[in-house]
Design a protein around this ligand. Structure first.
Ligand SMILES: Cc1cc2nc3c(=O)[nH]c(=O)nc-3n(C[C@H](O)[C@H](O)[C@H](O)COP(=O)(O)OP(=O)(O)OC[C@H]3O[C@@H](n4cnc5c(N)ncnc54)[C@H](O)[C@@H]3O)c2cc1C
Length: 290
């Protein structure tokens, strides 16, 4: 099938993109890598009169540490993220998620900003943003604003972006010395979306108890979710087998999976329990290595 007809713009400056968005309002749609949007247009699940392709907008594909954050431009492709040496070395949770997204073709075009802005509860990067307590920089005609990763995706395929706004950057706190993170994704076969996935980021105190925990879940609720109760349960504790097992049980109780192509709700709970326990143990082990 072909998409319904639309007028196409390819601005190279953020200012131009914002002007086009404000001019055409609800009839316009931002496109970045097109990996999620184009299939929707081709299947005519979505139709817009104006497509604003931001993939050529300058300055939005940098990965660099500034101040307390790793700054990732929204147009950074998943492939650029996966190949980045700093990310490989210092941000394993992010690297582990990136390499498991789809296949090389999709990763070459799909962007970090698109992966998060699409609001798909099965996309992998939002859970990482939640677990690492990332902030998102949103750009609009009135200027910039920062939102917590938690409050960005408000429901399935729905974000807190207001009309005329574009996601500009993702800001991940630079990891503390004694911290460990990981992303574990259970999928049916290579390149698939997950049955369930979990991002765990732990900061350890001097005595090896958990000072701060971040746990984000993929594919087990209508939106990417923070496992609040499990975070509170492990904070202040050392991770022993029994603690990891109980935390995993709490994580499962916080999930709201539904039956779909990837498995029944019950199966997803079982998978989540197993990978959550494994992820907590692994993140803790990584945090112990100073
Ligand atoms: C076969 C296949 C398998 C896949 N498997 C996985 C997987 O395993 N894990 C996974 O995480 N993802 C997967 N994806 C999704 C893929 O990662 C997409 O690239 C990603 O969801 C969207 O990124 P994009 O840049 O292509 O966005 P687009 O398709 O261009 O846009 C998607 C949505 O985000 C909005 N948008 C894009 N950028 C911005 C921005 N900067 N500001 C505001 N709004 C913006 C668009 O308006 C649109 O609504 C898969 C996709 C395909 C086609």
């Amino acid at each position: 099938m072909h998409p319904s007809s639309f007028e196409y713009f390819a601005p190279t400056k953020m200012k131009e993109a914002l002007e086009l968005l404000s001019k055409y309002g609800e009839e316009a749609k931002i496109m970045a890598g097109g990996q999620s949007l184009i299939p929707l247009l081709k299947l005519r699940i979505a139709a817009y009169s104006y497509i604003i392709d931001i993939s050529r907008v300058e300055g939005l594909n940098k990965i660099r540490e500034t101040g307390d954050f790793l700054e990732i431009g929204a147009l950074t492709t998943v492939n650029e993220l996966e190949e980045n040496e700093l990310v490989k070395e210092k941000y394993r949770i992010l690297h582990e998620a990136a390499v498991q997204i789809a296949d090389p073709l999709v990763r070459n075009r799909g962007t970090v900003g698109g992966n998060i802005s699409h609001g798909d509860p099965s996309n992998d990067l939002p859970a990482v943003a939640i677990a690492t307590k990332a902030k998102l920089e949103i750009v609009g005609k009135k200027g910039k604003r920062l939102v917590d990763a938690d409050s960005f995706i408000t429901d399935s395929f729905t974000t807190s972006l207001e009309e005329g706004e574009i996601l500009g950057k993702i800001l991940l706190p630079i990891p503390k010395v004694s911290s460990g993170g990981c992303y574990i994704k259970q999928k049916k076969s290579a390149g698939d979306f997950s049955v369930a996935a979990v991002a765990v980021n732990l900061v350890l105190a001097e005595d090896e108890t958990i000072k701060s925990a971040g746990i984000g879940l993929t594919s087990v609720a209508p939106k990417p979710t923070r496992a609040n109760k499990a975070e509170r349960y492990i904070e202040g504790k050392k991770i022993y087998d029994s603690v990891a097992r109980e935390a995993a049980r709490i994580i499962v109780s916080e999930a709201e999976p539904s039956t779909d192509f990837y498995g029944s709700a019950d199966y997803k709970r079982k998978v989540l329990g197993r990978i959550a326990e494994e992820a907590i143990n692994l993140a803790f082990e990584r945090g112990l290595v100073r």
